[in-house]
Design a protein around this ligand. Structure first.
Ligand code: THU
Length: 141
């Protein structure tokens, strides 16, 4: 999708709205994430922390849950924000998460301006790598 056709204001508003739902008793660092899907929906999520810190769900995790609960599809445009509505970068793990669900050429609004998913996660490992080496099933040998 051409960048001109993307309603970045609406996506950003959804990310900001998601901040209100963040559960962040440990870091006190709410994150809101939102994205436009290839069928025109806006999905969103907030971070949800855990007393076992490593179990914390980033906002992108909740957003991908929203994507699938709303019918699936691919992500076309993405932004995430901190509590001051400032753009932040998705963490490394979440770039991988976004890559899995990205439409070809997905655009992210980042601290360095608009970037494609391939720019923020170069040479990514993804589903096609698994397909490339998929071993034949027993009955195909
Ligand atoms: N966080 C996210 O939700 N997404 C990111 O991409 C970066 C980090 C959250 C996790 C944790 O709850 C808080 O920010 C501080 O690391």
């Amino acid at each position: 999708m051409s960048d001109q056709l993307i309603d970045w204001v609406a996506i950003r508003q959804a990310a900001i709205a998601a901040l209100d739902h963040a559960y962040v008793p440990y870091s006190n660092y709410p994150v809101g994430a939102a994205a436009l899907t290839d069928d025109g929906r806006i999905v969103s999520g907030c971070n949800i922390e855990n007393a076992s810190y490593g179990v914390t769900l980033c906002a992108e995790c909740a957003m991908v849950g929203d994507l699938h609960m709303g019918g699936g599809g691919k992500l076309v445009a993405f932004v995430c924000v901190n509590k001051d509505a400032e753009t932040i970068m998705p963490c490394g793990r979440c770039r991988q998460l976004l890559y899995e669900h990205s439409a070809e050429g997905m655009i992210l609004d980042t601290v360095s301006g608009l970037r494609t998913i391939d720019q923020v996660l170069p040479d990514a490992f993804g589903p096609r790598d698994l397909e490339a080496v998929a071993s034949p099933r027993k009955d195909e040998r």
